[in-house]
Design a protein around this ligand. Structure first.
Ligand code: AMP
Length: 280
């Protein structure tokens, strides 16, 4: 595996891959890699000749400076994991390399960003879009791999590709969980030992909510999940939305859409955790 830190070097690598008619799979990450990220890399390895993984903590997608400062950075361990996972390139640019000039681009995603993470993290999805457009232009992949844990991000990337008239194929990948059900996340390492022990209650609650579906309506299902988590005082749920899986708009009835998912964000000991589950 090659570690590449400059745009120029990456461009050379990609040009030579194109000369050899190799297909390219791309996995964008912010590092602190875990098996969730590696599942994307494994899928990309299966479906492409060459796999490029970017490791870049993108400052412009953080609306909270403290979250950016505290974001875990474990580059040596990340590189070892990527090597073992058979990635071909780890692209690890500096902020100056990615943003030599001040960023002025802004992206909008209409109703997709009016819900859930959108209003709570102003500028977040535009920041994600800016970095992804740059990375897509540099890597020129045939396929790009994203985790469904960030369900709203997948919808936003789908819309970004449409806005860019791009023919990159978006490949959504299922959530990888710890044995106790907690969705793997780079932020989990910031949980205290006690909080880590109760954290699986988030997914357990989502699964119970799905069981309720045949008996109660949407409003009661939402209330159930929020109240259940609040009962354990350490959880501070920020939202639990039950939405159409394509438009991301909240649904009022189970028969209102063919695909319905529940997306939750919960604070636990100062760490913001997200998770999701499919209702139908
Ligand atoms: P991040 O480094 O958090 O920006 O994540 C990089 C990619 O890995 C995103 O597409 C995430 O959705 C995906 N990802 C993060 N955690 C998981 C997980 N537990 N299972 C599957 N994909 C994940």
């Amino acid at each position: 595996m090659q570690k590449i830190t400059t745009v120029e070097e990456l461009q050379h690598f990609i040009a030579s891959a194109y000369e050899q008619n190799k297909s390219i799979g791309f996995v964008p990450t912010m590092g602190a890699l875990h098996d969730g990220h590696l599942s994307l890399v494994a899928r990309a390895c299966k479906e492409n000749d060459i796999v490029v993984v970017s490791v870049f903590v993108n400052p412009i997608q953080f609306n909270n400076p403290e979250d950016l400062a505290k974001y875990p950075r474990t580059i040596d361990a990340d590189l070892a994991k990527l090597q073992k996972a058979n990635a071909d390139v780890a692209f690890v640019p500096s902020t100056e390399e990615m943003y030599p000039k001040p960023v002025t681009e802004v992206y909008h995603f209409g109703q997709l960003e009016e819900v859930m993470e959108g209003p709570r993290r102003p500028g977040h999805f535009s920041g994600v879009a800016v970095v992804l457009r740059r990375l897509f232009e540099l890597v020129q992949p045939q396929r790009a791999y994203f985790g469904e844990k960030d369900f709203q991000q997948v919808a936003v990337v789908r819309d970004l590709l449409r806005q860019l008239h791009s023919d990159i194929q978006l490949v959504p990948c299922p959530i990888v969980r710890e044995a106790d059900g907690l969705a793997m996340s780079s932020r989990n390492i910031r949980l205290s030992e006690a909080d880590r022990k109760v954290a699986p209650l988030i997914y357990a609650t989502l699964k119970e909510a799905v069981l309720l579906k045949d008996y109660v309506g949407i409003a009661d299902t939402k209330a159930f999940a929020i109240e259940k988590l609040k009962l354990c005082k350490v959880f501070d749920p920020e939202y639990f939305e039950i939405v159409n899986d394509t438009t991301l708009q909240p649904v009022a009835r189970w028969d209102e859409a063919t695909g319905i998912v529940g997306c939750i964000t919960v604070w636990l000991g100062g760490v913001r955790l997200i998770d999701m589950i499919r209702f139908k």
